[in-house]
Write a protein that binds this ligand. Structure first.
Ligand code: PLP
Length: 388
């Protein structure tokens, strides 16, 4: 396949060279099972302990608070499964309306009618006034607010929400999947629960973590052996964890050197030119604090997002309609609906998400491809129905 312009990093990122090297090295160095009683087992276990210490130092929590998982979907399910056992009716859980499906659907599954959605503004940011007001009168069993939205890139006021929850003694869960590797992770360890996923920041797929309070007796989602302090059964993915830590540390040092700043400028320039060159286009969440790598754009014309994606794919650009988990289906994004976009508008929104390796030239090339594709978008594309 010829080289594509890859603008779908919020869906998954390529494995970074450092993560790959750490992964390969770990496969050779730590072939044992961390639970085994011999030296090969202890060495693997020591490597995991070291990784736990490194992650807890980044987050600002105790190493005992870290549970390795298969990724953020598992971490979210673990949280809601735990609270489903712990909370009894009429206790409710409050979850922001723009959460990733792994939070929303897990909450719905375990809590049904006891799930309450916290609204967002038209710009996609959590309505903190709503939360402050409602917390004066009611005390939910759990509040879940993501750190940054995967579709729009809008940064959520999770630390303000956490402070409110602290004041009212309500446990707080933060899905920080899109934050890790793009913004410094310090402070996230202050959440009672926080989830992360390696493949969103240059690590391998199928590995992630849940930060949870060591003093909370977790009801395991996966039962079996006593691994992870009886919180999650199953032999740990040692090489995956070490590769994930290599990727996270690499991103944290880039952030410490402010290397995201020029990248944010390239993204801003792209947005400005997109609006100039494609009259009628607009940026979702414009004016709001957003991740430096994400553009969510309402495209001009009447063509649905799927047609844009197919045409752009043919032109060599990998872009997305939003969350990878829902891109195969035609229903409008729940995130955009929560932001009060009509189904027709939501059906015209595309997401472009860059990575650390994306260059300024690639942003230019994407813009040129969009201009070209838009000119040819009057013919129906074979086999693809307009979104709405
Ligand atoms: N949370 C957010 C905000 C995401 O963007 C994603 C992935 O798209 C997930 C959770 C799920 O992560 P994983 O692929 O590790 O299950």
């Amino acid at each position: 396949m010829r080289l594509m312009l890859y603008f779908d990093h919020n869906a998954t990122t390529p494995l970074s060279a450092r993560a790959k090297a750490a992964w390969l090295e770990a496969l050779d160095r730590f072939p044992g099972n961390p639970s085994s009683p011999h030296r090969m087992g202890s060495r693997a276990d020591a490597a995991l302990t070291d990784a736990r210490e490194r992650l807890s130092a980044i987050l600002g929590c105790s190493p005992l608070d870290i549970v390795w998982t298969s990724g953020a979907s598992e971490s979210s399910n673990m949280v809601f499964h735990h609270f489903a056992r712990k909370l009894h009716a009429p206790n409710t859980v409050w979850v922001s309306a723009v959460e990733h499906p792994c939070v929303l659907e897990a909450a719905r599954h375990y809590f049904g009618a006891r799930l309450r959605l916290v609204p967002v503004t038209r710009r996609g940011v959590l309505d903190l006034d709503w939360l402050a007001d409602k917390l004066q009168h009611e005390r939910p069993g759990l509040v879940a607010i993501m750190a940054a939205n995967n579709e729009t890139g809008v940064i959520q006021p999770w630390s303000a929400a956490l402070a409110m929850c602290r004041e009212h003694r309500v446990p707080f869960f933060c899905d920080a999947v899109q934050w890790f590797g793009k913004l410094p992770a310090a402070g996230l360890g202050g959440c009672d629960f926080a989830s992360g996923s390696a493949h969103k920041f240059g690590g391998p797929r199928g590995v992630g973590f849940l930060k949870c309070r060591a003093d909370e007796l977790i009801e395991p989602l996966i039962r079996g052996g006593p691994q992870e302090d009886r919180r999650r059964a199953g032999t740990e993915n040692v090489a995956g964890v070490l590769a994930m830590m290599a990727a996270l540390e690499e991103r944290e040092s880039s952030l410490a050197a402010d290397e995201q700043a020029p990248r944010e400028t390239w993204r801003d320039n792209f947005e400005r030119k997109l609006i100039e060159r494609l009259p009628g286009a607009s940026v979702v969440g414009a004016g709001q604090r957003r991740l430096w790598n994400t553009v969510s754009a309402l495209m001009p014309g009447t063509d649905g997002r799927q047609r844009w994606v197919v045409k752009l794919d043919k032109a060599g650009c990998a872009v997305s309609t939003g969350s990878a988990c829902s891109s195969g289906k035609e229903s409008p994004s729940h995130v955009l609906r929560a932001m009060d976009f009509s189904p027709a508008e939501a059906g015209r929104v595309l997401r472009f998400s860059s990575g650390w390796e994306t260059t300024r030239e690639q942003w230019h090339e994407l813009l040129e491809a969009l201009v070209k594709v838009s000119a040819g978008l009057s013919q129906p594309a074979e086999g693809v129905q307009p979104a709405l």
